[in-house]
Design a protein around this ligand. Structure first.
Ligand code: AGP
Length: 609
């Protein structure tokens, strides 16, 4: 996610904002910028690359200003470039933004009709012109309030206006914004680390609220423009903890970010009332979707497990034959990709060498290519014909968690879109499936409440020599993912297996020292899973079941430990089942004293073969 910061006070705002941006670097970014006053006019300096490039631009000028705003950009619309970097300007208005303006295309059209010229590809610039348009009719603060009434989507913004050098306005909806209270100086930021060196007193702005800072103080107002009373919170954290949002590790923070990342990834990509997926988000139109007769899905590691889930989704919802490959295998097996087949590559980083090579191989064979990717402007996102960006924000922990569940959401939307285009699923079914998707962030929030139970289970089993994960159908890949998560952060050997395969070998492993994790929602394969559970029990195995809170669920009674997650439609259970296996792996890794954010031998992006 982007980082924003604003400062107004008695010190040099430029150096404080640059320092604050450095404190937000952990959020991940591809470009940075700052705006400051020179007299009554505003200067902007911005560039792709790191903060040090930005500060070297400023060194020669050594500007002095009491007010400044700054931004680190994590691209969501428009590639990383100087023009797309924030802050953006329109006339007297300069602003920086963290979030996604969902209706930016509609607003852009209106602004173009009014004669505004665009210099960037960003959704943010639209907001800039909108506020400039309103400020011609209203005072600064009212103009911001009126403009935000036209906006749909998520935003945390800091705005300054020429000729008003002693004011910063901030506002938020669905993206964080916090006020830092110093001694005759005030901060606005996405996150506490930006100002923690100067103040531990913070006020969290809530959705719909606006804050006006000047060098005498600040006022926070509700959407009706009336002042609201807020509590001042004293930050108990040190800087390292603050970068993790108070969580002990980035991995845990990112597991807990999943309600937001899933919400951000689905936002603006479908219309549940009409039961329509916005196919344009996948770069394809309905005619192109109809023409696709074969889909190949290719990825590595956790993304490969999402690909396997994608097969179940695409084949079940669109009846289009779908093959899944590990990227390093795909590129050497002379795949039977025909002209016009669709190859989907799934990659969080967009830089995985094997996945990139598979993408290039597929293009050589004449396939249309779609990249489901989390990093705007990454190589895979640029080289594929089409790209669907997951909006999970930077994933800092090496073990992929929030990117994985957003990849499943992307594939769910794709499968519904393909199914509708092929006439395989009805309007009613697609409306039902999309309405159930809307509930997913809340359901994931509910699942996170079992964290303590998993921490206790981890305490019982973190010394085990190995783990076996079993699943069936669309949840078989979750067995693979659970095993991979455990392996890569706790260094315990673990295997994921299709539960039906157990009697063909792995059953020999079952004894009273082997924890067996059974991924068993009460779906059409439930009775089969019950027999697998009996097979494990009769050989003295330790059974940890993850199931859903469906009625008459025998699993509650027959398992040694039972984790229950909310019921959802069968196509979304992999998301529900993923959270417990992520948390279990995390707690086991911590108990074993492993570096769960940077596990030994691993890299966040494997850019070599
Ligand atoms: C997952 O936790 C691992 N870090 C690893 O398997 C990862 O999923 C794999 O390297 C693929 O990375 P990508 O999604 O960035 O292509």
């Amino acid at each position: 996610m982007c980082g924003i910061i604003g400062y107004i006070g008695k010190r040099n705002a430029v150096s404080i904002v640059i320092e604050g941006l450095r404190r937000l670097e952990y959020r991940g970014y591809d470009s940075a910028g700052i705006a400051f006053f020179s007299g009554n006019s505003i200067e902007i300096r911005k560039c792709t690359g790191r903060i040090k490039e930005l500060s070297s631009i400023l060194e020669s000028e050594n500007p002095l200003s009491k007010t400044a705003i700054g931004h680190t950009r994590w691209a969501t619309h428009g590639k990383p470039s100087d023009e797309n970097a924030h802050p953006h300007r329109s006339g007297s208005i300069v602003l920086a933004h963290n979030g996604i303006i969902e209706n930016y295309l509609d607003l852009k059209e209106k602004m173009l009709e009014k004669g505004y010229e665009f210099k960037s590809e960003t959704d943010t610039e639209v907001l800039c012109h909108l506020i400039e348009d309103y400020v011609k009719k209203y005072p600064f603060e009212d103009a911001v309030r009126e403009a935000l009434k036209d906006v749909k989507g998520a935003y945390a913004i800091v705005i300054i206006k020429e000729d008003e050098p002693e004011k910063i306005i901030g506002a938020r909806k669905d993206s964080p914004l916090v006020v830092g209270l110093g001694d005759e100086e005030y901060f606005l930021a996405s996150d506490i680390p930006a100002f923690l060196s100067y103040s531990r007193d913070a006020i969290f702005i809530d959705d719909g609220e606006m804050v006006v800072l000047n060098n005498e103080g600040f006022v926070i107002k509700g959407s009706d423009g009336r002042p609201v009373k807020k509590n001042v919170w004293s930050v108990p954290w040190n800087l390292s903890m603050a970068e993790k949002g108070g969580y002990r590790h980035f991995m845990l923070k990112e597991i807990y970010e999943q309600p937001r990342s899933i919400g951000d990834t689905m936002r603006g990509r479908f219309n549940p009332e009409q039961g329509e997926v916005n196919l344009a988000e996948f770069g394809l139109n309905i005619k192109q979707m109809k023409e696709i007769e074969k889909v190949f899905v290719v990825a590595c590691g956790t993304s490969y497990h999402a690909a396997l889930i994608g097969k179940y989704l695409i084949e079940d919802l669109s009846r289009v034959s779908t093959e899944v490959d590990i990227a390093s295998e795909f590129r050497y097996r002379r795949p039977l990709v025909k002209q016009g087949d669709l190859t989907i590559v799934i990659t969080q980083s967009g830089e995985t060498a094997d996945t990139l090579a598979a993408l290039r191989e597929a293009k050589t064979l004449g396939a249309r290519t779609l990249s489901i990717c989390n990093v705007v402007g990454s190589t895979c996102s640029r080289e594929a014909d089409y790209v669907f960006y997951t909006h999970s924000g930077p994933e800092i922990g090496v073990a992929s968690t929030k990117a994985f569940t957003t990849q499943i959401v992307a594939l769910y939307l794709f499968a519904i879109g393909m199914g509708k285009a092929k006439g395989v699923i009805s309007d009613d079914l697609s409306r039902k499936l999309l309405k159930e998707l809307l509930m997913l962030p809340t359901q994931v929030e509910d699942v996170l409440s079992i964290d303590e139970k998993l921490a206790n289970i981890a305490k019982e089993f973190f010394k085990a020599k190995g783990f076996l994960y079993l699943g069936r159908g669309i949840n078989y890949p979750i067995a693979l993912e659970g095993a991979l998560k455990l392996k890569e952060i706790s260094y315990i050997h673990a295997e994921g297996y299709p539960a039906g395969e157990m009697k063909h070998g792995p059953i020999a492993l079952i004894d009273e020292e082997l924890p067996v994790i059974i991924i068993a929602p009460k779906d059409s394969l439930y009775q089969k899973m019950i027999s697998n559970i009996q097979e494990v029990k009769s050989r003295g195995g330790i059974l940890l079941a993850i199931t859903d809170d469906s009625i008459n669920n025998e699993i509650f009674k027959i398992s040694d430990k039972c984790i229950v997650v909310p019921c959802t439609n069968p196509y979304l259970t992999p998301v529900m089942m993923a959270i417990p296996v992520q948390l279990l792996a995390y707690h086991v890794g911590v108990l074993r004293g492993c570096d769960v954010d940077q596990p030994r031998n691993l890299a966040k992006s494997v850019t070599v073969e």
